[in-house]
Design a protein around this ligand. Structure first.
Ligand SMILES: [Zn+2]
Length: 509
């Protein structure tokens, strides 16, 4: 089995600080050894800025001075030992993007042209959803996942609900769309949890119509039967999702929750993103969405509530008491004017946090991480709700656990070899103090500072370039152009053998 030894200038091994000079030995797809060294009393780490284009030395290690005669502590701050691949900067576990709708990436910029509301945004989103085909979605998702990889994301939770062909006709292969997403993640080098989403109605008291027909299964049993046909693999796991209490009637919730529980699979749901959702739920059921989901067995340690913005104190107690993860998506919540959820109160009540790029208006998990703290500061006019390490845990280990990869997202012996290096050589990171590198990364770095990405022992990004998809911007541009230009949408043929008619751009509930 191939063994690669990496030398990280600095690595975050899970504590409150980074460790200087860490050897990460990878055997196959796992971390087989970690050799942190102790910095000398007066650390003088090599933070010399290097040109941003200087790659890590994949695949041939760069020559380095022979330091074998020096104490380990000195080696740790002097440079990479011979035979190691040098990771220049701060190496973190791979980032988990716990909530994505890949096709929303095609809306970036377009939905900012006019003033509007959450609901007008949703109409535009439906316009894009109407045009998706398995092949077109594969091309778009492959490029979107490559964009994520460049941002340090090594595992994506895809909350997937565009299941069927136009008008709701099943594809010849009923999971053609989901399979296209699983293949797209493989192409981009990411792990994926496909959260196959149950979506049965257009809203409380409203049938599916227009593009929504593509989302719907007959009922939760039909959803369960179709979803049972999905297969995971080395890079893919399958989970379940309830779109929201708007889209799944109460008497169907237990079927989806049971499906996930039987399989030990994650169960995700949008929760209380908008006040209107709460009002409709209260009107129909006389209880909040969180209370309704709790009643039907949907909360628990393998469950994730996405957004959880507008909650009562009882909702917070239900989510925290059940150890449900709360997935925050600050850049989308800002974009859609959702509001600021009670993240600190949720964590104090026992909930874990994860982070998601959701609408992919921005793909930057570091921005999501600091957004949790910075939004809370605005809401409370106090600072210091979260430490940088807390926010990184949400972005790494807790995010992975919420996607059904509890063994991933940590730099530990035996863990999958997924890691990300944030460079210190940009204008943003220059001057970062060695005793505050985590804080510098969380509050100062962006996706553009991600230099190296390794997933399952395989380098997929080096020197900021994707190694599997040569030109990610061109791939994004081509996929988005073909999805959004006027004229007939791409044929529904290809993987599915189906056909598609011209959708309406202004579909609504
Ligand atoms: Zn979402």
């Amino acid at each position: 089995m191939p063994v690669t030894r990496y030398y990280a200038d600095h690595a975050w091994l899970g504590g409150g600080r980074t460790v200087a000079g860490v050897i990460i030995e990878v055997t196959g797809d796992r971390i087989s050894a970690l050799h942190p060294t102790t910095p000398p009393p007066h650390p003088a780490p090599d933070l010399t800025p290097r040109p941003a284009s200087q790659p890590a030395s994949h695949p041939t290690p760069q020559p380095a001075p022979d330091l074998s005669g020096l104490p380990a502590a000195r080696r740790g701050t002097t440079g990479p030992p011979p035979g190691t691949v040098h990771l220049r900067g701060v190496t973190l576990p791979g980032l988990a993007n716990a909530h994505s709708h890949a096709f929303h990436r095609a809306l970036r910029g377009r939905t900012q042209r006019e003033r509007g509301t959450f609901w007008t945004w949703r109409e535009q989103m439906y316009g894009v959803a109407a045009r998706l085909t398995p092949d077109g979605y594969h091309a778009l998702a492959r490029a979107v996942y490559a964009e994520m990889a460049l941002a340090g994301v090594t595992c994506v939770g895809e909350f997937h609900y565009v299941h069927h062909d136009t008008g709701g006709r099943p594809y010849a292969s009923p999971n053609a769309m989901g399979e296209a997403l699983v293949a797209a993640a493989a192409d981009a080098g990411l792990r994926i949890t496909l959260l196959d989403t149950c979506y049965l109605r257009g809203g409380i008291g409203a049938a599916l119509e227009g593009p929504q027909l593509r989302f719907g299964d007959r009922d939760a049993e039909a959803w369960a039967e179709r979803a049972a046909g999905l297969r995971g693999g080395g890079h893919a796991r399958i989970g379940a999702a309830v779109h929201s209490v708007r889209a799944v009637p109460a008497d169907q919730l237990a079927t989806v929750a049971g499906w996930a529980r039987e399989r030990g699979a994650p169960l995700h749901f949008h929760l209380s993103e908008q006040v209107a959702e709460n009002e409709a739920c209260l009107a129909e059921y006389g209880r909040t969405p969180a209370a309704l989901l709790a009643e039907h067995g949907a909360l628990g340690p393998l469950s994730s509530a996405v957004h959880a913005t507008h909650l009562t104190s009882r909702d917070i107690a239900l989510l925290g008491g059940s150890r449900t993860t709360v997935c925050l998506c600050p850049t989308t919540e800002r974009d859609l004017a959702d509001g600021i959820g009670p993240a600190r109160s949720l964590a104090d009540a026992g909930a874990l946090l994860s982070l998601g790029s959701d609408s992919n208006a921005i793909v930057d998990l570091l921005e999501e991480a600091r957004g949790v703290e910075l939004d809370e500061r605005l809401a409370t006019r106090h600072r210091g709700h979260w430490l940088a390490a807390d926010l990184l845990r949400a972005a790494t280990s807790d995010g992975h656990a919420s996607l059904g990869w509890p063994e991933t997202g940590r730099l530990e012996v035996g863990a999958p070899a997924d890691f990300v290096t944030v460079g210190l050589d940009s204008v943003r990171m220059a001057g970062a103090p060695v005793d505050a590198l985590l804080e510098s990364v969380v509050f100062g770095a962006t996706a553009a500072d991600v230099r190296e990405v390794v997933v399952a022992g395989r380098p997929i990004v080096s020197a900021g370039h994707h190694l599997l998809i040569e030109n990610v911007p061109a791939a994004l541009s081509a996929a988005i152009t073909s999805l959004t230009t006027s004229g007939p949408p791409a044929s529904g043929a290809g993987r599915s053998g189906g056909t598609a008619s011209i959708p309406t751009e202004d579909a609504h509930e």
